[in-house]
Design a protein around this ligand. Structure first.
Ligand code: HEM
Length: 418
């Protein structure tokens, strides 16, 4: 069976991945007419999987593990080393539980509240500005809210460059050259900063409160009963701060979607219960590209649909393409939030933040935060201000990972609505 597995003809597709970006899987699937194909990536043999059935298999912890699944260039930028993403089994579940304890309804509401207060505070400045670049503004607003929420002391004048570093770590994913190096520097700086804060928390020089991310990871004990290494604790606190800042990518997409579908602006404005904004942001998460794929390694060899998965093989699951699959979504190419009315997930259909279970699997710990902050951003854009979207380059380049509207979404003539 090994032999008739469709193979990519390119000797190593790393460069193709960089060139094709989000469409890497879809472009090859059309070519191979199958949900699985083999290729070489990052100098090794890799299997690429697509489709709802593949997603279920990919999240089977008996078959797949995460240790050594992420290339070191991604660890040195986006993720850091020693964090929850690379753990398996009981060690993973124990560390993950610490993240999930931060995600109670009350705590999520606190974060939304901080974000909304910050938003209202900047409106006078926006009103006086010739132009407001939403993507950048959202990064600072989210960074400030995230740090307060996580118990991280942060001076006002520190906000811009901390926010830039968080964004640079995210932006380095899928980059070669200067953008990669910017991400590495941002990670070095951020970890140094956060190690110092964790140490200060442990020595009582920075006060912590429960349940904050700082408190949680400064005092977290792994299954062996030991405190986390200061660097690992720093990586885990950054695993909360950085992705909250990454929600700025979605804020930019929300603004574009509102511009392109102004009828939703009225619906969100007149909706008190938050149901309409929920439909809207789910469709934004389905349609707009952020996570291209997720990766794991085969834990124990198995066969699936006639394909051999040898122990240790790198396997990538297509995320971008999952949301364009006609077997799962009707008219996948259409932006239609209505598809989410009365919708319930099977855990493997809408997977911009991974699939499976939040506690058991590697599914994103911050998915509820993301949805809550996206709803908040959509509501704030519709209810607190009037603004224009001047002519600009809003193109979303699918060859760049991660991608965003090129102009960063400029708005002008901002007026507060009483
Ligand atoms: C994991 C996406 C926001 C914390 C993940 C994964 C993806 C993802 C694709 C990996 C899933 C997998 O490997 O199966 C996103 C996107 C976000 C976002 C697109 C929105 C911009 C957040 C937020 C937080 C967060 C707000 C925390 C406050 C984490 C953590 C993990 C994770 C800790 C590792 C989970 C584990 O390994 O068990 N995220 N995320 N993310 N995310 Fe997010």
């Amino acid at each position: 069976t090994h032999l008739d597995e469709p193979r990519d003809r390119a000797p190593d597709s790393t460069l193709m991945l960089v060139n094709d970006g989000y469409r890497f899987f879809l472009n090859r699937l059309n070519h191979h007419h199958q949900d699985v194909f083999e290729t070489r990536l990052f100098g090794e043999r890799a299997i690429c999987m697509h489709g709802p059935e593949a997603a279920r298999v990919f999240y089977d912890p008996e078959r797949f593990g995460r240790s050594h699944a992420v290339p070191s260039r991604v660890q040195k930028t986006l993720q850091g080393q020693g964090g929850v993403q690379g753990l398996d089994g009981d060690a993973h579940r124990h560390r993950k539980a610490a993240f999930m304890r931060l995600m109670t309804e009350d705590r999520v509401a606190d974060l939304v509240d901080l974000f909304e207060r910050g938003w209202r505070d900047v409106l006078p400045r926006w009103e006086l500005s010739d132009r407001v670049v939403l993507f950048e503004e959202a990064q600072e607003l989210l960074c400030r809210a995230a740090c307060t929420w996580a118990g991280i002391p942060l001076h006002d004048d520190e906000v811009p460059h901390r926010a830039q570093d968080m964004a640079a770590m995210v932006d380095a994913f899928g980059a070669v050259g200067p953008r990669h190096w910017r991400g590495r520097l941002a990670r070095l700086r951020s970890e140094t900063w956060m190690k110092r804060i964790v140490a200060a928390a442990r020595s009582g020089h920075v006060e912590t409160f429960e349940p904050s991310a700082l408190h949680t990871f400064a005092y977290h004990r792994d299954l062996d009963g030991e405190l986390l290494d200061t660097r690992v604790a720093a990586v885990e606190v950054l695993n909360v701060l950085r992705p909250i800042v990454a929600i700025s990518w979605y804020v930019a997409f929300i603004a574009v979607a509102l511009r392109d579908h102004p009828e939703w602006r009225d619906r969100i404005r007149s909706d008190a219960g938050g149901h309409e904004s929920e439909l809207f942001v789910q469709e934004v998460r389905r349609v707009y590209p952020l996570t291209p794929f997720v990766g794991a390694r085969v834990r124990r060899s198995f066969e699936w649909h006639g394909h051999r998965f040898d122990e240790g093989t790198l396997v990538l699951l297509d995320v971008y393409g999952a949301h364009r699959d006609g077997r799962v979504w009707e008219r996948p190419g259409e932006f239609d939030p209505e598809r989410f009315r009365g919708w319930s997930s099977d855990g493997f259909d809408l997977i911009p933040q991974g699939g499976g279970d939040h506690y058991r699997d590697h599914r994103c710990a911050g998915e509820w935060i993301t949805i809550a902050l996206m709803k908040s951003a959509a509501r704030l854009l519709c209810t607190t201000i009037k603004y224009q979207v001047p002519k600009q380059d809003l193109h979303i380049d699918l060859r760049r990972m991660p991608t965003a509207p090129r102009s960063g979404v400029v708005i002008d003539r901002v007026e507060r609505v009483a």
